[in-house]
Design a protein around this ligand. Structure first.
Ligand SMILES: Nc1ncnc2c1ncn2[C@@H]1O[C@H](COP(=O)(O)OP(=O)(O)O)[C@@H](O)[C@H]1O
Ligand SMILES: [Mg+2]
Length: 510
């Protein structure tokens, strides 16, 4: 069915269309050019009225409205359409843009289900369904899992727009493929995800395995407490690392340093005492996290499962040390695994994971911040660069793209972007991802919860989709204060009533 014609000046990448109805942003159309059918995406849409433009007062507006209603020629529906490529090529996964711009007068047709379904919902077990096209809801939207494990994905949106929902959906789908996922769960969002064999574990750090700087961080010694840092560095000897009673021996070592410097460096007495306080804290306040007897923290992660690593009780610095430790170990393990496969000989340490791993970093701006060096950032950027060779994929999830390291963001081969209003955030995304056009970015403010723009290698084409909701979980939902209060009040009433009844009963008995 013809819904419009190409008008004005065309480019090989963009045309203007005049249509018989308002086209929706995100809708796909067919440009029926002489060279073949071309697929286009509506990026902008305008409606204008001849009678109602240039109206200067209210009475004129009332009259013009009446005229506009009876005059069939009054309304003009103009839209800008991005050219995506020849339809038959796109259906084979290739994007070829015409060399010659479509001529003005070329017909624009509605895209049929048959036209679109091969492109957005290809067959093959690496394509998993995550929802449907927002403007063509009868079409499945699928993404290619292989591409994100190999080339990473960024999931960016304001709070409450559906980032964690998408992560949950990906986790569920990967679980059904028997894949391995590790989610660093900073807000305890995922522990009640309805996945049968989900492995929820508390992240643990073995202090013996850290360097002195990281140990200082997990002990929460301030960055500018340089004497405390120095004392810890001196005390954290090989002998301490290997001692059976780690914390006690470390404490003794600090004591020895205090005594040795009692005369010359009096400040050591105070600072050493502070370090000892921190060591004491470590054994009480942080004993769940800092465990010198956990042999192998990575050993808690299970292959072929969804692993939720709870880091919600850790301070920001501790979480950073934990994430960095796990990322480093995972990358080394994957390298080992690939080497072992290639060499076909037994190594002294056999790798733990034989297959690819997908790692999700929520609140990524905390761990890979812009303009600041953290250990987690060092390892995340290494994985972003090298991970594909070793089958280690990253998902970087954040509600503050402007605070994310732009280098790492630009390494994300695919992106899901949901509603984002802040301009800083939008411009950071445009500069990191060349595949997203400025027109698409402008749509971000008008998206609803669960709507996402997908770009990059995991989809055949940029698309605007509505992501399926993972219903059987309660994470991330806004608290409903009014209902809570009402329920509390009701219970209060019931409690009062029943106490009164009891009292009355008591009276009767007496
Ligand atoms: N695709 C979706 N469709 C419908 N509702 C959704 C969708 N994604 C998320 N929601 C709703 O929005 C709420 C917040 O989603 P969440 O994924 O936790 O957001 P974020 O992680 O971005 O803060 C959820 O409780 C869920 O009910
Ligand atoms: Mg979330």
């Amino acid at each position: 069915m013809i819904i419009g014609y190409v008008i004005g000046e065309s480019k090989p990448t963009r045309i203007t269309a005049l249509a018989s109805r308002a086209l929706s942003i995100g809708e796909y159309v067919i440009i029926n050019s002489d060279e073949g059918k071309i697929l286009g995406l509506v990026e902008r849409s305008y409606v204008s009225s001849v009678a109602l433009s240039d109206v200067r007062n209210f009475d004129e507006a009332v009259e013009s409205k009446e005229i506009a209603e009876i005059n069939k020629r009054d309304k003009g529906y103009t839209s800008q359409i991005m050219i995506l490529g020849f339809l038959d090529k796109l259906q084979k996964g290739q994007s070829i843009v015409p060399a010659i711009p479509p001529l003005p007068g070329t017909e624009i047709l509605e895209a049929s289900k048959k036209d679109l379904e091969k492109i957005f919902g290809p067959d093959g077990n690496e394509w998993i369904r995550i929802g449907s096209l927002l403007r063509n809801p009868e079409i499945d939207a699928k993404i290619n899992i292989n591409k994100i494990v190999a080339r990473h994905v960024g999931i960016l949106a304001m709070t409450g727009m559906g980032k964690s929902n998408l992560v949950s959906l990906l986790a569920k789908q990967i679980d059904s493929l028997n894949g391995t996922v590790i989610i660093f769960d900073y807000h305890d969002d995922y522990s009640n995800l309805a996945i049968p064999r989900i492995n929820v574990i508390d992240a643990k750090i073995n202090p013996r395995l850290l360097d002195a700087e990281s140990l200082g961080e997990v002990l929460e010694i301030r960055d500018n407490a340089s004497i405390q840092q120095r004392i810890l560095r001196m005390a954290f000897t090989k002998q301490v690392k290997e001692s059976k009673d780690f914390w006690m021996v470390l404490n003794d070592q600090v004591e020895e340093i205090i005594q040795l410097n009692k005369k010359d460096k009096k400040e050591y007495t105070y600072s050493g005492g502070r370090v000892q306080d921190k060591i004491d804290d470590a054994q009480h306040k942080f004993s769940d996290i800092l465990d010198p007897d956990v042999v192998d923290p990575i050993g808690l992660i299970k292959e072929g499962r969804i692993n939720v690593l709870n880091i919600s009780s850790l301070s920001e610095k501790q979480a950073n040390v934990a994430v960095s430790y796990y990322l480093q170990e995972l990358l080394n393990d994957r390298k080992e695994s690939i080497r072992a496969k290639n060499a076909k000989q037994t190594k002294k340490r056999s790798p733990r994971f034989g297959t690819s791993i997908f790692v999700v970093i929520e609140e990524a701006h905390v761990f890979i911040p812009k303009g600041e060096d953290t250990q987690a950032k060092y390892w995340a950027s290494k994985i972003a660069r090298e991970g594909r060779k070793f089958g280690l994929g990253l998902a970087v999830v954040s509600q503050r793209p402007r605070s994310l390291d732009p280098n790492i963001l630009s390494q994300m081969g695919s992106l899901a972007i949901m509603k984002i209003v802040q301009e800083d955030d939008q411009s950071q995304i445009t500069s990191a991802a060349e595949s997203i056009s400025k027109n698409l970015i402008e749509q971000l403010t008008s998206l609803n919860v669960g709507d996402a723009i997908l770009v990059g290698q995991w989809a055949n084409l940029p698309s605007i989709v509505h992501i399926q909701e993972v219903k059987e979980k309660t994470m991330g939902a806004d608290q409903n204060a009014v209902t809570e209060w009402a329920v509390a009040k009701k219970f209060e009433g019931i409690a009062k009533e029943s106490t009164q009844k009891l009292i009355q009963k008591d009276l009767l008995v007496d």
